[in-house]
Unconditional design. Structure first.
Length: 69
């Protein structure tokens, strides 16, 4: 079973509940917390963190689902 996570505070639950990687990482929180675009470095740090949490099992990352037309 994989975990679905949206914010870094949920990362501890991935291992605590025995998930095998991350089935969906919702990256929209990067925009919501500041109300605008984040730098490339901030994105890199966020994606490195989820890669570490997911480990060898990997993660599926949804990149900015902003309700496109």
């Amino acid at each position: 079973m994989r975990a679905n996570v949206e914010v870094p505070s949920e990362f501890d639950g991935v291992e605590a509940y025995g998930a095998s990687g991350v089935g969906l990482y919702r990256s929209e929180f990067l925009l919501a917390r500041r109300g605008g675009l984040v730098s490339e470095d901030e994105q890199r740090v966020a994606y490195e963190a989820i890669a570490k949490v997911a480990g060898d099992h990997g993660a599926v990352i949804r990149l900015f689902d902003l309700g496109g037309r």
